[in-house]
Write a protein that binds this ligand. Structure first.
Ligand code: NAI
Ligand code: MG
Length: 493
């Protein structure tokens, strides 16, 4: 008898203590392809029991066995092997990433390449973690030693799934920490693929554990576990604040990257065509699902009407499409939740500003979480669409009169992740660079990100820095060692 039933979706195991496992209660949850709204895989739903297992494995691997015996060179080689494997599997990883997250395949290819580069960078850095001799007086030798912090819980979002895993895991491994990585529930697939490379690269069991689950039932118990020494989190401000509170009980080290409402500031003397491209790229890349999205577009009044018109005209030509088509420049949003959230901001924007482009669901697709690239203008900086992170392709354009007003508006936000300034006047541009309260400032560009340079925010965008030498600092403790060179008794009592 012919059955209409579809093949059941592939089940991925998660990875604890070097083994591919189900959750303790054998529950799974679906992973959805946002361009078709169909279930593309199932992954284990980890709860507190699984968290405890993963933390125990990470703690045991940190305390004893092969890992504490590895040399810096060993750790470097492991990281290089992981990078090489990512490059080898890049076509498959990019396709899986694009399907699962909705991002265009060409952008996914960049992400996978960047993930490999991050492992290479920290592979090189493993052998460059240096201690210090401190110039103390007296007959003594004073040293500062750098040691791994211990067990790191790493909780990541869905907008750059494998790349965020790389930003977290690579410096932690280089430093000698052990890890429990929790990918976002929407996009766990590339991290689970990556799990299958770890043992081949020479990583001992328990050093990296990758568990899949939801925020409340998997992320929260991980954050409060007493054997976790450090929490590294990228995601919403709301969850970041909860993590900080939960971490207080056992004084965990915490680093937070919480997104923003970054200003992209255009002076009249900027090159006009580059400016329009930069405004679009700043806010629409990756469907606008970017922590550093230039979602507040500040434009000097003398070019404002022309700017809004040119930007909107070009926005309307952005090619939306299925993530796997190479011509696609914008895919669907990651999930139904994110789609609903962005749709509600589009509706709010119609009350708070005027529509210059988009404003709704994309009419070209019957299925999939596609929304139109949307531009609102004449927005006041106090409006909710100018203050709240939308995390979708929605821009608020705000006019300004002069440099002082641009600066005042730019800094009038609780966030401080990034900012960009466009001008051909280097004096003005550099004055702005110094006065902007943001962790990343671009001049005549927006969004390029390099593993060699620090990444992180001011104000409520979080604290701590990822990437570069800063990134490894967040996984290291500093031990002061005093060695007495004077053989005489102390002689005080
Ligand atoms: P979220 O902050 O809830 O999720 C990010 C990660 O945190 C996921 O792995 C999630 O499972 C985990 N998580 C959630 N609640 C947790 C808890 N109580 N304890 C420990 N871990 C927890 O972000 P969500 O709900 O996916 O998106 C909502 C909004 O957050 C977005 O619209 C966007 O504005 C912002 N966001 C910002 C990101 C950034 O890169 N800064 C990334 C993702 C979201
Ligand atoms: Mg959430």
């Amino acid at each position: 008898m012919a059955s209409e039933a579809k093949a059941s979706p592939r089940r991925y195991p998660m990875y604890i203590n070097g083994e591919f496992v189900e959750s303790a209660d054998k529950k799974y949850f679906p992973v959805v392809d946002p361009s078709t709204e169909e279930v593309m895989a199932e992954v284990p739903e980890a709860n507190e029991t699984d968290v405890n297992r993963a933390v125990a494995a990470a703690k045991a691997a940190f305390d004893s066995g092969a890992w504490p015996q590895t040399t810096a060179q060993d750790r470097g080689r492991i990281l290089f092997r992981l990078a090489e494997r990512i490059r080898k599997e890049a076509p498959h990883l990019a396709e899986l990433e694009a399907r699962n997250s909705g991002k265009p395949i060409v952008e996914a290819e960049y992400d996978i390449n960047d993930a490999a580069t991050c492992f290479e960078y920290y592979g090189g850095m493993a052998t460059k973690i240096l201690g210090q001799v401190n110039p103390v007086p007296d007959n003594a030798l004073s040293l500062s030693l750098r040691e791994p912090i211990g067990v790191a819980a790493q909780i990541i979002p869905w907008n750059y799934p494998l790349l965020m895993a790389a930003w977290k895991l690579a410096p932690a491994i280089a430093a000698g920490c052990t890890c429990i990585l929790k990918p976002a529930e929407q996009t766990p697939l590339t991290a689970l693929e990556f799990a299958s490379y770890l043992a081949d690269a020479g990583l001992p069991a328990g050093v990296v554990n990758i568990i899949t689950g939801f925020g409340e039932t998997c992320g929260a118990p991980l954050v409060k576990h007493p054997d976790v020494d450090k929490v590294a989190f990228t995601g919403s401000a709301e969850v970041g604040k909860a993590i900080m509170r939960a971490a207080a009980d056992t004084v965990k080290r915490v680093t937070l990257e919480l997104g923003g409402k970054s200003p992209n500031i255009f002076f009249a003397d900027a090159d006009f065509e580059s400016a329009i491209d930069g405004a679009l790229f700043g806010v629409f890349i990756n469907q606008g699902e970017v922590c550093s999205a230039g979602s507040r577009i500040l434009v000097e009044k003398s070019i404002y009407p022309k700017f809004v018109e040119a930007m909107s005209a070009k926005a309307k030509t952005i090619r939306l499409g299925p993530p796997l088509e190479r011509e696609t420049k914008m895919g669907p949003l990651v999930s139904k939740d994110q789609f609903d959230r962005v749709r509600s901001y589009q509706e709010l924007g119609k009350k708070e500003g005027k529509v210059a482009a988009g404003g709704g669901r994309s009419a070209s697709f019957k299925r999939g979480y596609y929304v139109e690239p949307t531009i609102f203008y004449d927005v006041d900086n106090t409006a909710r669409i100018a203050q709240e992170e939308i995390f979708g392709p929605v821009a608020a354009v705000i006019p300004f009169a002069d440099e002082a007003e641009a600066l005042r508006i730019a800094n009038a936000t609780p966030y401080g992740l990034a900012a960009a300034v466009w001008s051909r006047d280097i004096f003005k541009a550099f004055r702005m660079v110094k006065a902007l309260r943001a962790g990343i400032v671009w001049v005549n560009h927006m969004q390029p990100t390099y593993v060699e340079a620090p990444w992180g925010g001011y104000k409520q965008s979080g604290f701590g820095r990822e990437l570069g030498p800063w990134g490894i600092e967040e996984y290291l403790e500093t031990k002061q060692v005093h060695i007495n060179l004077n053989e005489q008794p102390i002689g005080w009592y």
